[in-house]
Design a protein around this ligand. Structure first.
Ligand SMILES: Nc1ncnc2c1ncn2[C@@H]1O[C@@H]2COP(=O)(O)O[C@H]2[C@H]1O
Length: 846
């Protein structure tokens, strides 16, 4: 019994249908969650759910006050069947067909008779109970109940009541006792029911109401769902449709759709060539019957499949690809295509039965030509050889016209009185030869090359042949036009190029350009044609939107751009920003791309070729630039001698470069300061390399006293600036000349690095400047490792100019007002010392 208390099966059954819906008791205050059971009702089924619960009140199921003994018998249908049983994890649900043993479902039953009936049943239960009690084991209460229900007892029962009996007999004693009391006791007895049981009564009532409501709700939903089947826009319908059905949708612009169109086009071509041919020459005969039938109906099958395909082909609605199968079906059925496709498949072949094998009944199959045109259109757009494709299509049309014309002639020959056709020795039995004779006649007529055969004799002959000749003329003109356009398309690019070359040549001869220069120009054009096949790449792409152009440009030049140092490890947008600003330029062997001292207005990236950076003597090669290198940045970043070129660059062979204008570069660098730092760092290195001979003169090597110092050299920056390279924290801004009043006779004091305030130029510094007239500024490049805070690399550069002493001094005065706070932050006496030492050495040198 201890086990029984922990697993008290509460059994409840309920019968609900529309007749009992109104029989509702007031709702019970008991919460639904307190119930360990539930009853799910169908019109014909009684469902009993048995749930293992702890501390649960025993359900007084059968004898609920308002009901249910009566409604039970009242609703039981006449047929019995094997009860259904279902189970969940926590409960056992038994569905039992409802059927009174002897009463009609509609027959009303008063409560007393139902009570009597139930009382008898319960008596019987109590008799059986004694026998079965011993067999009932507490630990297997639930399973025993199931067994009993599913085997003998329930099967034998013919009504819901008997099923209940069977279940009840398997109940533990206390449960059954309570049930019996509840069932059989009169109201007086019921009054003595424990408060627990009263609660259960009310719970039961509430439960019943709830379930009635649920039932009504379920019915409403059921009705709605049935109607929704017909409502195509209902989301439920759509969901069920899409979940249930095979949802393979073709993308109209995809490859699959394309290949399918090509198959349909083949089917169309078969019909296009064969229907007329068979009609004129080779109608179906018992010999050829099978082969033609197979071919014909294979094509028809493909046509049919095409309709299915169209039902599943997505379409664009407001730019969005629609893939909902129901929408697709509606869309297709509302287009003319659908009707055309249906027309194509008109089963006129049945007319064979009455008019014999006349393939002309299949003529509607030719309406499918729209699919063939779609195929041609798409192929022409997609192929890389459009001119070849156009030529093939044109030849096909030409042959098709000859073929159809031959067929018509033969039909006329066999069916009309045209006398000239008699001149052909068509022998109707010699089919193969007949066709080729007719084809020959057709070709010669349509190409206006016939002489003797077509001489008209009768009025009909004249009319027919005049029409033929007019058609031939038109055809000839059309074909000629097509051929001309194809040929002209073939050489469009070349003609364009040639026209430009001709214009340049005319100009050079008019302006008396020397021959050798003219030769160089022509050779330049040759190389341009060989390497690019066009004069201006950008013009070709000008139709495309900006983003697409950028993507193409990146893709085309990716190999080169990947090698460019400044493009490596930069933000993604930087390349995009820059790539469309690059203009391809081509230089011939020996061309100077820039010369030292010129104003720099653009920088270059080497795409192909080899270039030399020349020293001042234009002989010594300072550096060799190859694909992926860039140059010309120093002057446009104003890092060398202002905006002047610091070196000359010469093309060794033909060089394919990208040119980037100063404005474009600055525009982009504004948004990408990190790239600017990178560019400037590399520029500083180049500048240092540039002035190496001078360093050697000065003989400044890595200082022992200042291990952070890399090198010092004399050079000629237009204005001084302090710059950090290396680990690259915030970049020290260059000081412009305009930042400092021209009259300021100050320079960064030797001790200014250690001081936190700007100080006037020391006397020694001024004297240095006075004594060193070529020094116009001091460029300090420092690489400061902020992570360590101490380790510092400072590259101190002295710059020299060829300017006059006076100018230089005043410039020094203006430009050497270094960004004081930045320098102060380094707080390193080492730098100060080093600079001082450098200055002294420079003075000595001077
Ligand atoms: N030593 C060098 N190595 C590589 N490139 C250099 C060197 N010196 C100068 N250049 C490049 O040659 C360019 C000449 O014009 P810019 O001064 O504008 O910029 C210069 C640098 O980009």
């Amino acid at each position: 019994m201890a086990q029984a208390s922990s697993f008290k099966s509460s059994i409840r059954y309920q019968v609900c249908n529309s007749t009992t819906d109104n029989d509702i008791s007031p709702p019970s205050p008991t919460k639904p969650s307190q119930q360990g059971y539930s009853s799910i009702i169908d019109d014909d089924l009684c469902e009993i759910r048995i749930s293992p619960t702890t501390n649960r009140k025993i359900s007084p199921s059968v004898s609920s006050p308002n009901h249910h003994a009566s409604s039970l018998t009242h609703l039981i249908p006449s047929k019995s069947s094997v009860p259904k049983k279902s189970s969940s994890t926590d409960s056992t649900i038994i569905k039992i067909p409802i059927q009174p043993p002897s009463l009609s479902p509609k027959q009303p039953l008063d409560s007393s008779s139902s009570d009597q009936f139930l009382t008898k049943r319960v008596d019987r239960i109590s008799q059986q109970q004694h026998q079965q009690q011993q067999q009932t084991h507490q630990s297997s209460t639930n399973s025993s109940i199931r067994d009993v229900i599913t085997t003998s007892n329930i099967r034998q029962s013919t009504s819901r009541q008997s099923a209940l009996d069977a279940v009840t007999t398997k109940l533990p004693a206390n449960v059954r006792k309570n049930s019996i009391i509840a069932t059989t006791s009169p109201p007086a007895v019921q009054q003595h029911l424990s408060p627990d049981n009263e609660n259960l009564f009310s719970t039961y009532q509430g439960d019943f109401i709830r379930q009635s409501r649920q039932l009504r709700k379920a019915r409403r939903q059921d009705i709605k769902a049935r109607f929704e089947k017909f409502d195509l826009n209902s989301p439920t319908t759509r969901r069920t449709h899409s979940s249930r059905r095979f949802t393979f949708i073709f993308d109209p612009s995809g490859r699959l759709a394309y290949w399918w169109t090509s198959i349909i086009s083949l089917a169309f071509l078969y019909n296009f060539w064969i229907i007329i041919f068979r009609f004129s020459f080779h109608e179906l005969t018992p010999k050829t019957f099978l082969i033609w039938f197979i071919l014909d109906y294979s094509c028809d099958f493909l046509y049919l499949m095409d309709i299915m395909f169209n039902f599943r082909t997505a379409y664009l609605e407001e730019g969005v690809l629609q893939t909902d199968p129901i929408k697709l079906r509606h869309y297709y059925m509302n287009t003319t295509r659908f009707y055309i496709d249906c027309l194509c498949l008109m089963p006129l072949d049945f007319l064979y039965l009455s008019i014999g094998f006349k393939s002309v009944v299949r003529l509607f199959r030719l309406v499918k030509i729209y699919r063939f045109w779609t195929f041609l259109d798409r192929t022409e757009r997609h192929t890389n050889y459009p001119n070849l494709f156009r030529t093939i299509v044109m030849i096909h049309y030409l042959l098709a016209i000859f073929h159809w014309n031959a067929c018509f002639i033969y039909i006329l020959h066999t069916n009309s009185e045209l006398s000239f056709t008699r001149r052909f020795s068509f022998t109707l039995n010699d089919n193969g030869l007949d066709y080729f004779r007719a084809l020959y006649w057709s070709i010669t007529t349509l190409t206006l090359t016939q002489n003797h055969e077509t001489k008209p004799a009768s009025k009909e002959d004249y009319i027919f042949l005049s029409v033929e000749l007019i058609f031939a003329l038109l055809l000839f003109a059309t074909i000629m036009g097509h051929v001309a356009s194809i040929v002209s398309n073939l050489s469009n690019a070349r003609k364009d190029f040639q026209a430009k070359l001709d214009a340049v040549k005319t100009y050079m001869s008019l302006r008396r350009v020397p021959n050798n220069l003219e030769d160089r120009v022509i050779r330049w054009f040759d190389y341009l044609w060989m390497s690019h096949k066009s004069v201006d790449d950008n013009q070709v792409l000008s139709l495309l939107p900006y983003k697409l152009r950028a993507e193409i440009a990146i893709h085309v030049h990716l190999d080169t751009l990947k090698r460019v140092e400044i493009f490596q490890n930069t933000e993604a947008g930087f390349l995009n920003e820059l790539v469309l600003r690059l203009k391809p330029v081509l230089f011939s062997p020996g061309d100077f791309i820039c010369r030292k001292g010129e104003v720099g207005r653009e920088m270059y990236i080497v795409n192909r070729g080899k270039l030399h950076v020349m020293a001042d003597n234009n002989k010594t090669v300072l550096a060799t630039l190859k694909a992926g290198s860039y140059f010309g940045e120093i002057s446009i970043l104003n890092m060398g001698s202002g905006n002047r070129r610091t070196a000359s660059v010469r093309s060794v062979g033909y060089s394919d470069l990208f040119c980037l204008s100063k404005e474009d570069l600055w525009e982009v660098l504004k948004e990408y300061p990190a790239v600017r730092v990178k560019l400037e760092a590399i520029a500083v290195k180049r500048l240092e390399k540039h002035k190496k001979p001078l360093i050697q003169q000065v003989n400044l090597k890595r200082s022992k006293s200042a291990p952070g110092l890399i090198e010092a050299n004399c050079r000629l920056p237009f204005h001084s600036h302090v710059r950090r390279t290396g680990s690259g924290f915030h970049r020290l801004p260059s000081v412009k000349e305009t930042d400092v009043p021209a009259t300021t006779p100050s320079i960064v004091p030797s001790n200014s690095f250690s001081n936190h305030s700007q100080q006037p130029l020391s006397a020694s510094s001024n004297s240095l400047l006075a004594a060193a007239p070529l020094a116009t500024s001091i460029s300090v490049t420092s690489s400061l490792n902020y992570n360590r805070q101490r380790a510092m690399n400072h590259s101190v550069s002295w710059s020299m100019t060829t300017d006059t002493k006076k100018t230089n001094i005043s410039r020094i005065g203006r430009a050497t007002s270094l960004n004081h706070s930045d320098i102060q932050s380094h707080n390193t006496p080492l730098i100060t010392n080093e600079i001082e030492r450098l200055k002294k050495r420079l003075i000595e040198l001077e």
